[in-house]
Design a protein around this ligand. Structure first.
Ligand code: NAD
Length: 248
């Protein structure tokens, strides 16, 4: 028996990075997984009949989210992963950057929770896990103004849901990774115009006491715990996984 046997899990941004590793880990622990992403081609790589069902979904599209939710009768776990990193200080961030960041990183979670929470309430149980970051209300990171603000808002959303729906059996926690080796991190490193990619990689590694990046699988292990009944008394928490970055 897997740690998630009998559970139905829905994830956003499951085509790559932490979302993908989590979808695979959920399935490996026996859950029936609905893996969604805007990138359907990439999602096909993890499709597994009877175990991982894939669905193209843009988390900024409220109507599509509601239509998708209407097709799933029961949901035990919702992992809201999708996020976008805007690079820059407040003065580098125009209104479009700001709105885009808030829409992908925060409003999307409001849409997803709004669509799936009623099903959990009806069942009298459910675990929602939201993707925050160590760069949020926990620490300020250089040139991450809109991003850090949005990930701090995720903490507020998480605690609010936990406070309002605990009596109905719903738990809500967020995870706060440090620097995790994923395709988008590598894109950011390779596109860094101010620094040679090898130097940028060293700089990111040096800011972490553990001296390395985390892996998507390491984050997925934490998320499996929060999704499972092992964490049944855990709600409203911020789960840091950062190799010590937030201690510095
Ligand atoms: P990633 O950035 O490599 O992949 C993101 C995925 O999101 C892609 O598959 C993409 O197609 C999908 N996506 C983008 N826009 C979407 C939309 N509108 N609707 C649905 N899907 C969409 O993945 P990652 O680096 O693992 O990041 C995942 C989450 O973890 C993000 O919220 C990110 O902010 C957060 N995070 C990442 C790190 C890190 O170092 N990688 C650290 C802390 C937090």
């Amino acid at each position: 028996m897997g740690r998630l046997s009998g559970k139905v899990a829905v994830l956003s941004a499951a085509a790559q990075g932490i979302g993908r590793a989590s979808a695979l880990a959920f399935a490996n622990e026996g859950a029936l997984v609905y893996a969604t992403d805007i990138n359907y081609e990439k999602l096909k790589e993890i499709e597994k009949p009877g175990s991982i069902i894939i669905h193209q979904l843009d988390v900024t599209n409220k109507q599509k989210i509601e239509e998708f939710a209407a097709t799933i009768p029961k949901v035990d776990v919702l992992f809201n992963v999708a996020g976008f990193v805007h690079h820059g200080s407040l003065l580098d961030c125009d209104e479009n950057d700001w709105d885009r960041t808030m829409t992908i990183n925060v409003k999307s979670m409001y849409f997803m929770c709004h669509a799936f929470l009623p099903k959990m309430i009806e069942a009298g149980k459910g675990s929602i896990i939201n993707m925050s970051s160590v760069c949020s209300s926990r620490i300020g990171a250089v040139l991450r103004c809109a991003y850090g603000t949005s990930k701090a808002a995720v903490v507020g959303l998480t605690k609010s849901i936990a406070a309002d729906f605990s009596k109905q059996g719903i738990r809500c926690n967020c995870v706060q990774p440090g620097t995790i080796d994923t395709p988008s991190l590598n894109d950011r490193i390779n596109k860094n115009v101010q620094m040679d990619p090898a130097d940028a990689r060293k700089m990111f590694q040096a800011r972490t006491p553990a001296g390395r990046f985390g892996t998507a699988e390491e984050v997925a292990s934490m998320v499996v715990y929060l999704a499972s009944d092992e964490s049944v008394f855990v709600t409203g928490g911020e789960y840091v996984i950062d190799g010590g970055w937030s201690l510095t």
